[in-house]
Design a protein around this ligand. Structure first.
Ligand code: SF4
Length: 396
């Protein structure tokens, strides 16, 4: 059986970034305490709540995300670690990642995280050009980022990652190259590149949709330029030895995020805390997905798990396509046929043929992958796979 991944959501931040569309915010220390107590209850009651589901015994990845988990006091970090150790067996060499905002990991917090077992840090940098970071409400400068990398390296941490966002206010092709060059110069072994999401769930997104100029919205690059920035990042990072292994993720060989790979490989993981998602297998072997509420007051009241859904084979096949295609390793026809049966898998042949003609997919030596163009239009490609899956389900 696969090992388990655990995600803990810590939805607290020092301030809300203008582009942020996550369920996170600024809260009191009292709320932090209530929250960690609630997460503890959620973890302890898990086996009883999930009944006959198959939960792997051994945990080989933990991801502390959010939010900014380092805003928790060392005592609360210790409480979380204690609860996890009581309920799960951690495999030797497990990957334990902390998501961290630069400048917000003071020495006591770093020590608490090391005691927790953190051996990998993912820094949410977003831009290494100070004006761009400041325009979105980030507190750090490039100097702070470089200093933090030094500090955590001195503390023995080697597995480091930097996130950047293409499409930040004031960003230009030249300033983007500057961010990428500084990132490459840090020697980190992993990077994530996202394109700015423009939606109703962030202040900047709403302003952009309304055509306004608050939050430096008028300086946000066009969608076309943002797509060019993303493409240039793929080329630049590859040239620096950070190979693309997923649409948004790049790593030196062997430094891929073990935890995040579980999401795309459909391996079991449990999420605890606000707006956390889980996937384990029911006793029958079918995938069981569920999530928690994204409303903090509801979560603190104990209204935890919702949207429990057991997937049918057709839905699992759809997921195998659109999650697998996110990976540059692609989707192998033979592996799909072994899992779902040739007849089911062949229903997707006409679509793959059509998307190949549109130069969105390749299909070489039995493996289907997104092309460089397909990477940019991946959501449209995935929607087409869902359409075929739904047609098949209706015909059954
Ligand atoms: S630090 Fe991260 S989670 Fe917190 S507001 Fe900024 S982007 Fe959102």
């Amino acid at each position: 059986m696969n090992s388990l991944g655990i995600y803990i959501s810590v939805p607290f931040c020092r301030a809300k970034c203008t582009y942020c569309n996550f369920a996170s915010g600024v809260s009191s220390v009292k709320a932090h305490e209530q929250y960690v107590a609630r997460v503890g209850e959620e973890i302890r009651s898990l086996r009883q709540r999930l009944g006959g589901a198959a939960i792997p015994e051994l945990v080989d990845s933990i991801y502390l995300g959010g939010g900014t988990p380092s805003v928790l006091s060392p005592a609360l970090v210790g409480e979380l670690a204690h609860t996890l150790r009581q309920e799960f067996a951690l495999s030797p060499g497990a990957e334990i990642t902390l998501e961290c905002a630069p400048g917000q990991l003071d020495d006591p917090a770093l020590q608490a995280m090391l005691a927790f077992g953190v051996n990998r840090i993912s820094f949410g940098v977003q831009s290494l050009v100070d004006r761009e970071a400041a325009a979105t409400g980030r507190f750090h400068t490039r100097e702070v980022v470089l200093r933090d990398l030094e500090r955590v390296r001195s503390a023995g941490l080697r597995r480091l990652s930097i996130d950047l966002i293409a499409g930040m206010p004031h960003q230009t092709a030249a300033s983007w190259q500057e961010s990428l060059a500084v990132l490459a110069g840090t020697g980190v072994e992993h990077a994530s590149i996202y394109m700015l999401e423009i939606d109703e769930d962030s202040r900047l997104g709403r302003e952009l949709l309304a055509g306004g100029s608050r939050y430096h919205a008028q300086t946000v690059p066009s969608e076309e330029l943002t797509a060019d920035l993303y493409e240039s990042a793929v080329t630049a990072l590859e040239a620096h030895g950070l190979h693309q292994y997923e649409i948004s993720n790049f790593a030196r060989g062997g430094s891929e995020s073990r935890h995040n790979l579980k999401y795309w490989r459909r391996q079991p993981y449990l999420g605890f805390g606000l707006d956390a998602h889980s996937m384990v297998h029911a006793g029958s072997g079918a995938a069981l997905r569920f999530s928690t509420t994204d409303v903090l007051a509801e979560y603190l009241r104990g209204d935890q798990v919702k949207n429990v859904r057991q997937l049918g084979p057709g839905e699992e096949l759809e997921e195998a396509w659109f999650l697998g295609l996110r990976l540059r390793a692609g989707v192998a026809w033979q592996a799909l046929a072994a899992e779902f049966g040739s007849d089911q898998v062949e229903n997707f042949l006409p679509l793959v043929r059509e998307l190949r003609q549109l130069e969105l997919l390749t299909d070489d030596e039995g493996v289907v992958r997104l092309t460089r163009r397909g990477l940019l239009f991946s959501n449209d490609v995935f929607a087409r796979f869902l359409e075929v899956g739904e047609q098949e389900l209706q015909m059954q």
